[in-house]
Design a protein around this ligand. Structure first.
Ligand SMILES: [Zn+2]
Length: 265
């Protein structure tokens, strides 16, 4: 057995047996990993609230040979992000960032930038930035850092030039192809019909370029915000392979996903 020490953020925590928890972390030094915390659900657990969702802690764990499940021995809170668990909108947005990282990251896939981006997203939510917009911005950045940046320079299918569609005055986005598609490719793709205005395309490009700390300076509202929300929701559903719990569950009428991942082979 070897002892691992690393800063970590809790992505997911579930009950295990009588008194234990299995916790999925995104860690700075070792990427995503899972650990069992013995006795974590007892009243006087030594872990206290350090294993709650979104908590940023310094983690000690034992790695066992031939076992994906580590043993958590100590977790010291650095930032509790308590405010994110006390407000439904902020919680939904924080959960989306944690769920996205969990869904698109393989165990052991280490990225300091992804860790810092997730942390910056949680800090922005804690600081009171618009929860829905913050979720949008940081999802775009986390997708980029995971190799899923939406392609917007040329047609993602054939590499050809992109033209604004005359009728809709926008570009066509294909969630399955992972970017903008030209008119002739859009006709051949059943999902090539999501329209993104030039302003939305510029927003996506900018969000991909900015550092996590600078991201919250970007704003978008109105129809552009709606088409970006719809597009990123559809794309995240494809990339994650499933619908993640919604960010906007408080909306009067929940938005239907533009595309269900299960519809595609
Ligand atoms: Zn094309």
């Amino acid at each position: 057995m070897s002892l691992l020490k690393t800063p970590a953020i809790t992505l997911r925590s579930r009950r295990w047996g009588e008194a234990d928890r299995i916790v999925t972390f995104y860690t700075l030094r070792f990427g995503k990993l899972r650990g069992v915390a013995r006795g974590a659900r007892r009243l006087k657990s030594r872990f206290g609230s350090a294993l709650e969702p979104f908590v940023h802690c310094d983690l000690n764990l034992f790695e066992k040979a031939n076992d994906h499940l580590h043993r958590v021995t100590q977790a010291d809170i650095q930032e509790s992000f308590a405010g994110l668990r006390e407000d439904l909108e902020r919680m939904a947005s924080a959960a989306r960032l944690a769920n996205l990282v969990n869904a698109i990251t393989a165990e052991g896939d280490q990225s300091s930038r992804k860790f810092e981006t997730l942390l910056a997203g949680l800090r922005a939510l804690q600081a009171g930035h618009d929860p829905g917009l913050t979720a949008l911005l940081f999802q775009v950045k986390l997708l980029e850092l995971s190799g899923y940046q939406p392609r917007t320079d040329h047609c993602v299918t054939c590499g050809g030039e992109l033209h604004k569609t005359g009728e809709a005055k926008g570009f066509r986005f294909s969630p399955m192809a992972g970017g903008l598609v030209c008119d002739s490719c859009a006709w051949r793709r059943p999902d090539g019909g999501l329209v993104l205005s030039p302003g939305s395309v510029a927003f996506l490009q900018k969000a991909g370029q900015l550092t996590p700390e600078a991201l919250t300076r970007l704003t978008v509202a109105g129809p552009m915000r709606r088409e970006l929300d719809t597009t990123i929701e559809a794309y995240v559903t494809v990339v994650a392979g499933k619908r993640l719990p919604p960010v906007d569950f408080l909306a009067a009428e929940p938005r239907e996903p533009a595309y269900e991942a299960k519809r595609w082979p």
